[in-house]
Design a protein around this ligand. Sequence first.
Ligand code: HEC
Length: 134
Amino acid sequence: MMRKMFFSVLFAVSLFGVDGYSVYKNHCQKCHIEMISKKETLKIFKTLQAPPMVEVANRIRENITITDDDDDVKRFVMIAFIKEYTKKPAVDYSMCHAMAIERFGVMPAQTQLSEEERQAVAEWIVDRYEESAF
Ligand code: HEC
């Protein structure tokens, strides 16, 4: 119980005090809109450079299944995937719809990020959209 609380508090501000939302705003927002409905997305689709982040998060959440239904494990795996993807995006393991890849191409690697920033933004994505459907 104590241990769990300790880790939650630690991870809430992220290990080295890097704020995931700031990383998103500085490095991701120019391509990934933070929040938008499916309906609005279709309207402005032509102007987009990438799938909205709410969609990205939902796709990943839908695609990754942990058979014993453990939420902490699922969160960990989602974060690991996002971190790895920002480092080395590849069509082979993109979870985006084929149509999105065709339209936008594969994401450019975000090599400018430090390990701490990568962790913080990945955590932010997973937690930000926990309750947000697309
Ligand atoms: C120059 C535009 C651009 C920037 C900047 C950008 N992305 Fe992307 N991203 C894309 C495109 C295009 C896709 C969809 C194609 C793909 O999956 O590679 C994508 C897809 C993704 C995916 C989905 C991968 C999957 O398989 O479902 C994640 C996660 C992601 N981006 C995270 C980030 C994060 C985090 C940042 C900021 C650190 C970021 N992106 C910055 C263009 C961008």
